[in-house]
Design a protein around this ligand. Structure first.
Ligand SMILES: [Cu+2]
Length: 183
């Protein structure tokens, strides 16, 4: 939300500032006798101001549109890369999409309780079902049905290192991923 709206606000402010400066400068210049008294010079000046403002507005609108699109994409990319690098997170966010997990490869530390927040960013119903029964004696999972736009929070904790599969019960075998449990 914030990254998408900030460029727009900044651009709107920029446009407002430019309009104000041009208006201010116009007011000053029109008090100069040569512009105030001779109709042609004044008209030429006003036409110039109008042209500059129009170009500025067009440029800024283009910037807003481009930044809006780019910003959205980079926000998603950042979410995909969250925060499962080399660390040992105690909280992980996973997006549920149509039909994939983002990210689909998670890493957690053995013995550490990790809170997983899944958010359904798709249009279909999804869930996250961690298939740890063989290793841990039980599975972990989000709410059975996570509706579009909704979140579900659950905790996982593993007592052994290894690799554990997870899935969306509605979209196997497409919507799957793995949790690597490290030392
Ligand atoms: Cu699904």
């Amino acid at each position: 939300m914030l990254p998408a709206t900030m460029p727009f606000l900044m651009s709107a402010l920029t446009l407002g500032t430019i309009a104000f400066v041009v208006f201010f400068v116009s007011t000053v210049i029109l008090t100069i006798p040569v512009f105030a008294t001779r109709g042609r010079a004044q008209l030429a000046w006003l036409a110039g101001v109008g042209f500059v403002l129009t170009v500025e507005a067009a440029v800024l609108i283009t910037v807003v549109v481009l930044r809006g699109n780019g910003g959205g994409a980079s926000t998603d990319a950042a979410k995909d890369g969250e925060p499962n690098g080399g660390g040992t997170p105690s909280a992980i966010n996973v997006a549920l999409r149509d039909n994939l997990f983002a990210p689909k490869a998670l890493t957690v530390k053995v013995g550490t309780e990790v809170t997983i927040t899944v958010k359904n960013e798709g249009k279909a119903v999804h869930n996250m079902h961690v298939m740890s029964k063989d290793q841990e004696g039980k599975d972990f999972m989000s709410e059975q049905l996570v509706n579009p736009g909704k979140e579900s929070v659950f905790k996982v904790q593993f007592s052994k290192t290894g690799t554990i599969n997870f899935q969306c019960d509605f979209h196997i075998p497409d919507m799957v991923g793995t949790i690597t449990v490290t030392e």
